[in-house]
Design a protein around this ligand. Structure first.
Ligand SMILES: [Zn+2]
Length: 304
């Protein structure tokens, strides 16, 4: 049996029904627990409830606490119970529980303060060490695990939002890329003439978060990148954005605007310049997002 990673804490769970050695491995899975199991007592009580329900015990290989501590679950070399084998049984008849290591982050990752910095760093280190042990493997969120029907791939992934984390960001961290730096504070420029409805090209430096209200405490509803088209439909106390996806050809005169938070705590479209542009870009609306800032409300639609 492979030795466990030295920093993983064995809280003394016992396995009266045994554990099955994994026979193959082709990915690492990330989960969140939603509930809190971050004390040995809570972890043990989850374990015992699972056994009482007819399972072998806690479903995960490891639990990463918000403190950065890591509890031993089923461990490095054993199959786990993080997904349903019946929905993930592949062409060779092997369910995803039998093909992966499952790492659970303790808590509900939909909450703004989670994952905690120490928790995220610990999860990244754990995944790096698992990769060092097994070689390079895909790192999948629970919601990215492929599903199969009658051992045939469905081209769908597991129907869940778990682990409610930005997995691309997580994979970047595992690959050693730095945490994205916070948005720079934009210089306030007095309002230009944003009263003309039209299609504008957002001219932000890298990206700008558009939120459902004036402040970073509001939900992010979309992210504008430089070159994104913004359809501005007039002002009249409100303004609206329709974000368009889909390829098309367009010739247009444009004015570049960038949304900025003004000193009056309202959003303003700030004129950046004019131009004439021929471009292949988004013309067909697939997602329309109508955001009325001054009322702090928004509508999200799926028109196509
Ligand atoms: Zn999950």
């Amino acid at each position: 049996m492979t030795k466990e990673l030295a920093y993983v804490k064995d809280t003394g769970l016992t396995w009266p029904k045994g554990k099955s050695e994994r026979k193959e491995i082709d990915h690492i899975q990330l989960h969140h627990t939603v509930g809190n199991y971050g004390t040995p007592r809570q972890w043990k009580s989850l374990h015992e409830r699972r056994i009482a329900d007819g399972q072998k015990g806690v479903p995960y290989s490891y639990l990463v606490l918000q403190s950065g501590e890591i509890y031993l679950g089923r461990g490095l070399t054993f199959a786990h119970g993080g997904v349903k084998d019946s929905e993930t049984t592949n062409e060779r008849g092997v369910g995803a529980n039998q093909r992966s290591v499952a790492i659970a982050l303790d808590g509900d990752m939909r909450k703004d303060h989670l994952p905690a910095d120490k928790q995220l760093a610990a999860a990244v280190r754990l995944v790096q060490d698992i990769l060092a042990h097994y070689g390079n493997l895909p790192i999948l969120g629970h919601n990215e695990v492929p599903t199969y029907k009658n051992r045939k791939p469905t081209d769908k992934t597991y129907p869940t939002a778990c682990p409610c984390m930005d997995m691309d960001n997580f994979r970047a961290l595992v690959a050693g890329m730095p945490m994205p730096s916070p948005e720079p504070e934009p210089e306030y420029v007095p309002d230009a003439d944003p009263d003309i409805p039209g299609l504008y090209v957002y001219a932000g430096a890298t990206y700008s978060n558009v939120r459902s209200g004036p402040g970073t405490n509001y939900n992010r509803v979309m992210t504008l990148s430089a070159g994104d088209a913004v359809l501005y439909l007039g002002r009249n106390g409100n303004w609206r954005i329709e974000y368009t996806i889909g390829l098309g050809y367009m010739t247009t005169g444009y004015r570049e605007y960038a949304p900025r938070m003004g000193e009056d705590n309202q959003w303003h479209l700030i004129r950046q310049g004019n131009g004439n542009s021929k471009w292949i870009g988004p013309t067909q609306a697939k997602i329309s997002l109508v955001w009325i800032i001054n009322r702090g409300s928004r509508k999200k639609g799926g028109a196509e």
